[in-house]
Design a protein. Structure first.
Length: 75
């Protein structure tokens, strides 16, 4: 993941629980950095499972988001 990738569009969906089929409606963000900030915030809820789809089509799992939370620096 490059810094250019962080400036591209992304979509965040937060699943309320790993076993539930329904999910909250996906939210679009102008940048991946903004989506990461929102995903990190969602991780405060132990039942939340945030997933991000990048403009390039990469799917970032809750595990990836936790491991890379430092990339979600707010500007």
């Amino acid at each position: 993941m490059t810094s250019d990738d962080l400036d591209k569009r992304a979509e965040l969906a937060v699943w309320p629980d790993a076993e539930l089929v329904q999910r909250r409606q996906a939210q679009e963000f102008a940048t991946l950095r903004e989506a990461l900030c929102a995903a990190v915030d969602a991780l405060h809820d132990p039942e939340a499972r945030p997933w991000i789809v990048t403009e390039a089509g990469d799917i970032l799992s809750p595990h990836w988001i936790r491991a890379h939370r430092d990339m979600a620096q707010r500007h």
